[in-house]
Structures are given as structure tokens and as C-alpha cells.
Write a protein that binds this ligand. Sequence first.
Ligand code: HEM
Length: 576
Amino acid sequence: MIQEHYNSFSKMSAIPEKFHDTQFTSERQVFYILLIIVSGLLIFYNRQKKSKLVRLGDKMPGPKALPIFGNALIVLGKSPSDIVKEGLEYAEKYGNVVRGWLGPKLIVFLNDPADAVPILNSHVHIDKSTEYDFFKPWLGEGLLISTGKKWQSHRKIIAPTFHINILKSFIGVFNQNSQNVVEKMRHEIGKTFDVHDYMSGVTVDILLETVMGITRQKQDESGFDYAMAVMKMCDILHQRHYKWWLRPECIFKFSSLSKKQAELLNIIHGLTNQVIKSKKEEYNLNKAKGIIRPTIEELNRESNGGSDNESENNTKNTENLFSGYRDDLDFIDENDVGEKKRLAFLDLMIESVQNGANDITDHEIKEEVDTIMFEGHDTTAAGSSFVLCLLGVHQDIQAQAYNELYEIFGDSDREATFNDTVQMKYLERVILETLRLFPPVPVIARLLKHDVQISTNDYIIPAGATVVIGPYTIHRNPKYYKYPHVFNPDNFLPENTQNRNYYSFIPFSAGPRSCVGRKYAMLKLKVLLSTILRNYKITSDIPEEKYELLGDIILKRADGFRLKIEPRQRTPKSNQ
Ligand code: HEM
């Protein structure tokens, strides 16, 4: 009995001994694995320290970097608007050039236009930084992201679809949709509301009807859902920028954000697939019926009563929009000799695939439609919302803008013509000044293929570095603007622009990768904003220095674009 008891006791005590043994072995294994990882990281770190990237990178000023992490820990526990504030504080503290390390990755922030020139102006440094890769599930390799031969050939096809003659044919649609949004906003009279929702909805509708050529009857209410999904999608992409642990795909795909992203992409791609499908159906139907679509020139000639002179004058007039600001879009307008068969963006894309012209595939059309839909709506929605909020605060500037409109339109309700938009000089300065203070694209990032020497201290930014050019900080550089934080449309009077560095105002970027839609955007903003101002007086009691900014891919107000509207009393020389 005693023996039995002893046997069972010794069996019991043998189990923990074995257990301790295995526990000890696995702890040892974990210890060795950690040791290998840490030693590997240290060896990598020491090598890095000696590399050219680090040698040249560390010559530039920036916050103190920790071993291995660099400056990555700065973002921990911060909200997106805190991160914007902190970034701006670094720009203030370190000046024109600020260096940061995201682990081994060198990021150089440039805040002086003179330093941005060798990159923006270059045909070599056209590659977007790896941060743009997060867009790929959404935009594929559309114009915003693609590079090399693909980007070059697609830019050549797409840029002419924003030719001034094509833009002129959109004026009617700009007017109708602007009038629609004025009606929709009517039930907000006297209330405080967020105008951005309205601006998003109308800019999507306008894009669908103009660039995509989808007739109003074929549109449904999915435009607004699309705009909201885009906003949430931008938030996810932005989170991946600053929550660096979500950057690797293998980690991101297990996060809740990845599931959310899939749902949002369903909505976004649902709309763009539908757009392409209905355009193709229309094309095939017309082809079967033998209907040849009128070209933009033919449409314009009809609406001008057969005269081409107006078109010539207008082409010259648009050059005033951005004097000193030149790129491929200007050459397209200037070298426009003779009659050309011009089609709007999606018509051209569909026809190209059907005819086998232009070497573009169905999949590539989809990428470009997604790109244009995104770039074309969210930017102008933010831009127009900022303009309205600023005019709400600066009543004197609003009165001046309205007086100009009264001189053009009197108290009539007639639609704006292209020539009217050319007369809107003051409104144009208001828009440009808004884009200066609140550029919808607050940063542009490139990956350097070769070393680049910049003017500030002759620093050399090494190949492999990510360069972040900040329109937001460049536009507020006191070297170029006397009172950089003051909203003053006169900053864009010809006498003030002519001697200022051309790159000190880059809301649409500049050089070969500048925005293809900038003339479209300016024209649309003029028609939309003039229609709203002719109908409503705007008030807002939050001054711009109190705006809570969100650098969420497209610059927005985290506190919402809140304002009030009341019906406009159409009287001359409004002092309101
Ligand atoms: C106020 C309105 C707009 C602003 C501030 C704006 C700004 C910009 C900026 C800064 C870039 C360069 C982005 C980068 O390098 O990361 C860009 C590129 C682009 N924008 Fe715009 N944009 C506006 C409106 C539009 C519109 C209306 C369209 C089309 C309908 C458009 C289409 C594009 C495209 C396709 C690109 C890529 C061009 C390329 O890389 O070749 N944008 N835009």
C-alpha cells in the first residue's frame, strides 16, 4: 500500500520536473530568438549609420532620432490634428528643410519653393513615394500613381481631354448643378450646417455629367454615397501613413480597417464600374444605330452660333488664369491649330479601346476613371468649402466679390457664360488666396532616384530618400508673403504675383506632374461659387486661426465646414 502510494507520488512529482524542463527549453528558445532579432537590428542599424543615406540625411536638421525607431514614436498617442500641429511646429522650429527618420527610411520635408524646384521641375524625379502604394487597391496604377512609360503615354492621352474647348462645353452642366445645389441648400437657411456635404455631392454629380459624360437621367443617388465612402477611405489611407505599424500588408490585412476598406471599395468601385458599363452600352447602342457622336468642337460651334472667334479669344483669356505657370496643358491649348476631333475623357477612353487606338486596355480605363473621380471631386469639394467659410468670416471680402458679380449679372438669374467667368477677376483672386492658405492637397511626396542638391545650405538629398513638398508650408513662407497667415486676395493682384517666385504658389503642384484638371477646377469653382454667392449671403463665426485642420490626404476641417446662409438681397454696391 505504502509502496503503491510512493509509486504514484513519484509519478506525480516526475511530471512537474519534465514540465519545468520543457518550459525552460521554450523560454530559452524565445530568449535566443529575441537575441537574434535584436542583434540583427543592431547590425542593420550600425550598417545604416555608416551608409550614404544616413550620412547625408543626418546633415539636415530635424528632431532627435532614436536608434532603430528613428522618429517613428513621435506619432504614438496623437490624434490626426495633433500630428498636423506637431508637423507645423517642426517646420517653424527647423525652417526650410526638416529631416525625419521612419525607422531606416529617410524623409525630407521641404518648405521653401527654391528647394522644391529641382524636384518638381524634373522629368527624372517623377516617381511617387511608397506612401502612394496604399492607394493601389483603389486607384490601381492610374495617372496619380503610375510612373515611367505608362504614366507618360496616359498623360498624353488624358491631358488633352481637359482642353479649353472641352471645358467650355461643360459650362451648361456646371450651371445646372450649381443651381441644383442652391435649391438643395435652401432648407438650411438660418441654420448652422456643414457645407462640405453639399459641395461633395455637387462635385461628384458634375464630374459624372461632364468628364464621364453620364447623362442626368442615368445618375441615381449613389453619388453622395460614393463621396462619403471616398472620405472614409482617405481616412484609412491616412491612418496607414501615420500608424506605421499598419503599413505592411501582412499586418494590415488582419486589422479591422482592412475589412472596412473592402466594404468601402465595394461602394466606390460599384459606382465607377457602373459608369463605365453604361458608357459602353451607350457607345454600342449608338454604333448599332449608326449614330456618330458630335465632337466637342461641333457642340461648341452650335452653341456659339457657328462662330469660332469667341473660342479663340477665350483660349487667350484662360492664359491669364495662371500667368507664369506653364506646363503641357498650356502647350496643348496654344498649339491647337486647325480642327481636331476632341472627345471628353471617358468618351475618348471607350472609343480608344473599341478602335484599338491609343494602346489602352479596359483595366487601364477603370484605373483612370477611379483616379479622375477621386482627384476631380474631393479636391474641389474641399476648395469650395474653404472659400465659403472664409467669405463667411471676411464680410468685406464677400461684399467685394458679390459687387463684382452684381456688375456682371445685375439682379438677373441668368446662367454664367464662359466670358462671364473671365470677368470674375476678384472671385478668382479669392479662390487662389483660399488655395494658398488651405491647399486641398497639403503635401506631395516623391521618391528620389538620384541625389539632388538643393539651395538651402547646399544640402544633398540622397537617392532613396522620400521628399515631401508641402504646398501648405510653402504658401505660408514669410520670405514670399509679407503677412503669410492673413487672408488677402490682393496677394494675387498682377503687381504682387509678377515678381514672386513661381513655385511659391503650387496648389496644383507644378512641372510635368502637375494637376491635369486645374483649368477644369478653376472654371467649375467660379461657376459654382458665383451661383451660390448670387443667391446667398454667408456668415461664419469661426475665424480661420481656430480651424482644426486634418491632413487627411485632402486637407479638411476636423471641426466641420460650418456656416450659415441667408437669402441674398440683390442690390448694387453691397456693403454687407
Ligand atoms: C482645387 C482642385 C484641385 C487641386 C487643388 C488639385 C491638386 C493636385 C495636385 C497637387 C496634384 C499633384 C499630386 C501629387 O503629385 O501627389 C494633382 C494631380 C492630379 N490631379 Fe488635381 N487638383 C484639383 C482638381 C482636379 C480635378 C478637377 C481633376 C480632374 C477632373 C484632377 C485630376 C488630377 C490628376 C489626374 C492628377 C495626376 C496627374 C499626374 O500625375 O500626371 N485634379 N492635383
